[in-house]
Design a protein around this ligand. Structure first.
Ligand code: PLP
Length: 356
């Protein structure tokens, strides 16, 4: 693939304090850009990161045809950067695009674009263990036309942002509340796509949860309001009776790539894994009868996030709030060790990018 590369004439990296990184606030020097016009993707380019221009009639702003991904690159050594499961992220991006009636991107374009961008901005991949370069591929409808219909033009970007270790001050268990009035997604809707609008719609309930002291909403199913689905930007796991239980991918849950990794590792360790419907009542009952051992979320940002507290209709359960459980910690260590190349990658999850 031929990518037109225009390098920046003045890197901004010298202004960045890598000891004080605020998630998603600073961006590396370059971005991958590709436009879709006349029924096909045009020649891609890598350009200096910067503003783009569009008219207020741009369709993504009105009708919400916008999808994205979130993944990370890790410093393995001075010659190698590790991408974690980029082909799975690519597949999910295309699944999201299909659901929103947007054009798919070829795997080779996505992977080569990422590789070239990383080679150019390799100095932006933080070297401190736990830190990473967050990667945000995004696609949106760019036709300028006020008509509620499928856009005929799109823009695809990959931008990157160095981020600090999520747990620089130790694991901090989150507290969750279910919501009685709001739902995140319904089967047949866009919940299993990484569609921008899913997030916009969840901000009000999340804000209300925070106002009453909870970190995030624990989403229940939209029909019966009974079965656990997921949390903010994480899938959820319950260690109960020495089994690992997680909500099945019902059509309204985002198929997390960390989720899939957790399930594979747990099975390898001989843990029974159940992907099934799990009601909030079952979780509360397990806590009452002493079989609920650990609860944790799984997602790219935190990898594993211990849950210390759940509120549901005024009743609550509290686990060990001060620390992460032993199973969740073992899982966190195993996944991060694979990501940084500290242990063998039996599954082929790592895509190394070799620097010259
Ligand atoms: C709604 C939602 N659920 C779950 C996840 C976890 O997915 P992943 O492990 O692929 O980051 C994310 C993050 O992308 C998310 O936004």
């Amino acid at each position: 693939m031929n990518i037109n590369i225009t390098k920046t004439t003045k890197s901004r990296i010298t202004y960045i304090n890598f000891d004080k990184l605020d998630f998603g606030r600073v961006f590396s020097d370059h971005m991958f850009v590709m436009a879709y016009q006349n029924g096909t993707w045009q020649q891609p380019s890598i350009e200096p990161y910067g503003s783009i221009t569009f008219e207020p009639s741009m369709m993504a702003l009105h009708y919400g045809q916008a999808v994205f991904e979130g993944m990370k690159a890790y410093h393995a050594n001075d010659k190698t950067i590790h991408l974690f499961r980029p082909k799975d992220h690519h597949k999910r991006l295309n699944n999201s695009a299909r659901r929103l009636c947007m054009p798919e991107i070829e795997e080779s374009v996505f992977i080569e674009g990422l590789e070239e961008l990383l080679k150019l901005d390799s100095a932006w991949v933080p070297k401190t263990h736990g830190h990473a370069l967050y990667i945000r591929p995004l696609m949106f409808a760019s036709e300028e036309y006020l008509a509620a219909k499928v856009s005929e033009e799109y823009q695809f970007f990959i931008i990157t942002s160095p981020v600090a270790a999520y747990y620089s001050e130790g694991f901090n268990p989150v507290s969750l509340t279910t919501s009685e009035n709001f739902v995140r997604a319904v089967k047949g809707g866009t919940g299993e796509a990484k569609a921008a609008g899913n997030y916009g719609g969840s901000f009000l309930p999340a804000k209300k949860a925070q106002e009453i002291g909870y970190t995030q909403v624990l989403w229940l199913d939209a029909i019966e309001h009974k079965y656990v689905e997921e949390v903010g930007t994480m899938n959820i796991f319950f260690l109960m009776d020495n089994k690992l239980v997680t909500p099945q991918l019902s059509g309204s849950v985002l198929p997390g790539i960390t989720r899939r990794s957790v399930i594979a590792l747990a099975k390898e360790w001989g843990i029974e894994v159940e992907e099934r419907q799990i009601s909030i009542d079952e979780v509360f009952d397990a806590h009452k009868n002493g079989t609920l051992q650990e609860i944790f979320g799984a997602g790219t940002a935190a990898v594993i996030s211990p849950v210390g507290h759940i509120n549901h209709k005024g009743e609550s359960i509290t686990l060990d709030r001060e620390k992460i459980g032993p199973f969740a910690k073992k899982m966190f260590d195993a996944i991060t060790d694979i990501q940084y190349g500290k242990i063998d990658d039996k599954y082929g999850w790592i895509h190394p990018v070799t620097l010259v």
